[in-house]
Write a protein that binds this ligand. Structure first.
Ligand code: NDP
Length: 328
């Protein structure tokens, strides 16, 4: 079977030679183990951080080992009492066509009402990230205005829809007219500002006539700065990601004074540190996806070989919705 390992660490932008495709012999199962054929691999921005050796919230990805990553797939062989051939499961098997497990950290999935791939998106880690930041940090009340950046993406798309469910005015920031149209027309946001159109501050002001009460920040840089200038007193900011700086780009903020004058609260968070809340969040997200109320979109790259290019695209906004790699 095929897998992709981290061959070298990037300096600045990720390049194809940071990865290496390898052939591996099929593993022989021990008693208590099971074998999974991965159907989808999730590509996520956090992987960029793991490729580096700098101090962060998690240890770096070791060189010459399978790239880390969430997967969903099907049990194809089992010597484990609790898993049978044909079971659909979610695991962390990484950039690999095959995974071996002792069952720990493996979740059985019900695909009767929720598509398998959604467990890597709206009903998985990205959805849970949106749910956590919105309900635990932004805590918006009906009638308030919230803004979310990378609004068409896996996390951002869920943030805005959950905010609409709670009676808020939801405003997105996204790159390009097509993504913005999708955010308003398909996802039901009240407005979406195209930061590439060149009038970010004016467009954001028009989209937030009553100011901003809470921000879900995914990007950093100019969009975040423009939001600070529009914050209402006692506004809340859930700092989820800073993707505009993941290659080491400097990020200046001019409107820092708003923290003082508007008495703002900013809270960074890492969703995997709040596993106690996942059952509650995933139940709400699963119900909304099963009933068709929560919409999502996927960019699907074909075959493990396409993973490095799709990942580099994700870090440049080439994806449109949750970035996946289809392996089967
Ligand atoms: P997305 O599906 O939103 O894809 C990434 C998007 O980011 C791109 O489509 C693009 O959207 C935007 N983007 C990429 N590069 C740049 C850039 N240089 N400048 C501005 N925008 C850029 O990814 P996710 O939904 O998976 O992740 C969104 C954010 O959430 C990331 O910052 C990620 O690190 C963070 N995150 C944090 C977690 C936590 O626990 N704190 C957990 C999960 C995710 P556009 O074309 O609109 O610019």
């Amino acid at each position: 079977y095929k897998r992709i390992v981290l061959a070298s660490r990037p300096h600045g932008e990720v390049t194809p030679d940071n990865f290496r495709l390898e052939e591996q012999p099929m593993p022989q199962l021990q008693e208590g183990q099971l074998l999974v054929r991965n159907h989808f691999l999730s590509l996520d921005p956090y992987m960029r951080g793991r490729m580096e050796e700098t101090k962060s919230y998690a240890a770096p990805q070791p060189l010459n080992e399978t790239m880390i990553g969430g997967t969903v797939g099907e049990v194809i062989e089992s010597r484990h009492p609790k898993f049978a051939v044909g079971d659909k499961v979610q695991g962390m098997f990484g950039w690999s066509e095959i995974g071996v497990s002792d069952g720990a950290l493996l979740r059985k999935l019900d695909t009767s009402r929720i598509p398998l791939s959604a467990y890597l998106g709206a009903v998985g880690m990205p959805g849970m990230t949106a749910w956590y930041g919105l309900t635990q940090i932004m805590k918006p009340k009906a009638g308030e205005t919230i803004v979310v950046s990378a609004a068409s993406g896996a996390v951002g798309s869920v943030v805005g829809q959950l905010a609409k469910e709670r009676g808020c005015r939801a405003v997105g920031i996204a790159g390009g007219a097509e993504k913005c149209r999708y955010v308003v027309e398909e996802l039901g946001f009240d407005a979406c500002v195209d930061y590439k159109a060149g009038n970010l501050q004016d467009d954001l002001a028009k989209a937030t006539p009553d100011g901003i009460d809470a921000v879900f920040e995914n990007v950093g840089g100019g969009g975040f700065d423009a939001c600070l200038a529009r914050m209402n007193p006692f506004g809340r900011i859930a700092l989820c990601g800073l993707i505009a700086g993941y290659n080491g780009e400097p990020m200046a903020l001019h409107n820092v004074r708003a923290f003082l004058t508007m008495r703002l609260t900013l809270q960074g968070f890492i969703v995997s540190e709040h596993m106690d809340l996942w059952p509650q969040g995933l139940q709400e997200l699963g119900g909304l996806v099963a009933s068709g109320k929560l919409k999502f979109r996927e960019s699907v790259a074909q075959g493990l070989e396409s993973a490095p290019d799709a990942f580099m695209g994700l870090l440049k906004g080439r994806n449109f919705g949750k970035q996946l790699v289809k392996l089967v």
